[in-house]
Design a protein around this ligand. Structure first.
Ligand SMILES: [Zn+2]
Length: 410
């Protein structure tokens, strides 16, 4: 099972903080092919001595628990899950200083609960709801001594979830009724509202071009069928970069495509570029472009906060790595397809630190359709026929990337 690989990565990543042999017998409680669980309505109650956490699940599951220290944390591993948490409910309370969650690959999901200090798990139960369908996962934590926490760490075999093996049956029954989530593409027309983006030689405003193009792309993708396509904005409104990222994550997007058409000082450069995120830019021009794009938020007077607080760093690293390889693979396909329909710059797949591409769990690319500072590019961008040709190239790439999930058109 590939999980071994994951465990190796995990161990490497956490070895610095863990300093103890993590030969943990993590295992999956449910076949990876089953329909994802749905987790909702998390509630936290209590004080810094005793805290109860409550999750609601659509089906029964057997979570695996694991303790980590520096800081003191509880890891809850579940079969693949959709998290429908109310952000407000996630506010730290009592013993709990933070909750992060997300997929960790191999049909598994993870919740990481950070605590104020050493704690002990007083109770952990999976209970079937009496009045309505579904289950509750109840977790009681109590402040404890370092020694006690260390002892529990040493044992580390904490698994007190339900033992009723009824899940596979339930999951199967529900899979038959409910089809798998459709492949979802979120298209992000760059800029909007008070943030116009770049200005063309003849007065074209980037935010209008990106919206017109995104609508064209949406309409063409819609014809493919079997896809959900959503625009981050379908009008002239301002959206913060992190709102665009969050939007894609909330929609459980399988692909995020941000559309832009900027300017460049270098004359004579023209054509389309596909960008993926990287801390190290592939070249100076890409770095400069990312810096400019990342200023969008400041235009609206928003102070940029540095980091995505949603998920623990270790967790993010793991997911990001996997997502990044998908982004790279899509970018490659995209370049191959776009090349056939429009002019591209030299080395058309480039990298830089675009904030809008930072969703840890959604493969993301940013397409610069062309440069508004270039006369022929601007003409193309204003030409609906050209836009249709370019959109067609992107559609072909999406179909290839989605593969069997949208039939065998590729
Ligand atoms: Zn732009």
């Amino acid at each position: 099972m590939n999980f071994r690989i994951f465990e190796g990565v995990w161990t490497t990543l956490t070895s610095a903080v863990l300093a103890l042999g993590l030969g943990l017998a993590l295992s999956i409680a449910q076949p990876a092919t089953a329909k994802p669980l749905e987790l909702r309505d998390l509630a936290i109650a209590g004080d810094s001595l005793k805290t109860r956490m409550l999750f609601s699940l659509d089906v029964e599951a057997e979570p695996k628990l694991m303790l980590l220290r520096s800081p003191h944390r509880l890891v809850i591993d579940l079969p693949e899950a959709r998290f429908r948490f109310d952000e407000k409910a996630l506010k730290p309370r009592g013993l709990i200083t933070g909750i992060k969650y997300g997929p960790i690959g191999e049909g598994m999901s993870r919740i990481v609960v950070s605590a104020k200090g050493p704690f002990k798990i007083v109770d952990f139960n999976m209970l079937a709801n009496e009045e309505k369908a579904g289950n509750r996962m109840v977790l009681d934590l109590e402040a404890a001594s370092e020694q006690l926490f260390d002892a529990a760490l040493a044992e580390q075999a904490t698994s007190t979830g339900s033992t009723t093996p009824s899940l596979p049956k339930n999951a199967e029954g529900q899979t038959a009724q409910k089809a798998e989530k459709r492949f979802t593409v979120v298209i992000d027309p760059g800029h909007g509202g008070i943030d116009g983006g770049a200005n063309g030689l003849s007065g074209t405003v980037e935010k209008d071009i990106t919206l017109a193009f995104s609508r064209e792309l949406r309409d063409q993708l819609a014809k493919v069928g079997d896809l959900d396509i959503i625009l981050t904005r379908d009008g002239d409104q301002f959206l913060r970069l992190d709102e665009r990222v969050r939007f894609a994550r909330e929609k459980n997007a399988d692909l995020f495509i941000s559309i832009h058409a900027d300017t460049i000082r270098l004359k004579g450069i023209s054509g389309a570029t596909v960008y993926t995120v990287s801390d190290r830019a592939s070249d100076a021009a890409s770095a400069a472009l990312a810096t400019r794009e990342n200023l969008s938020d400041q235009l609206a007077g928003i102070k940029i906060e540095d980091e995505d607080h949603q998920i623990a760093d270790i967790l993010v690293d793991l997911i990001r790595r996997e997502t990044h390889s998908f982004s790279m693979s899509f970018a490659k396909t995209l370049v191959g397809e776009l090349k056939q329909s429009v002019t591209m710059i030299n080395n058309p797949h480039r990298m830089a630190g675009f904030r809008v591409l930072r969703a840890p769990d959604v493969p993301s690319v940013l397409i610069e359709l062309g440069y508004l500072s270039n006369e022929s590019d601007e003409k193309h961008l204003l030409d609906s026929e050209w836009r249709s040709k370019a959109a067609k190239g992107i559609v072909d790439a999406v179909v290839q990337f989605a593969g069997p999930r949208i039939g065998s058109r590729g």
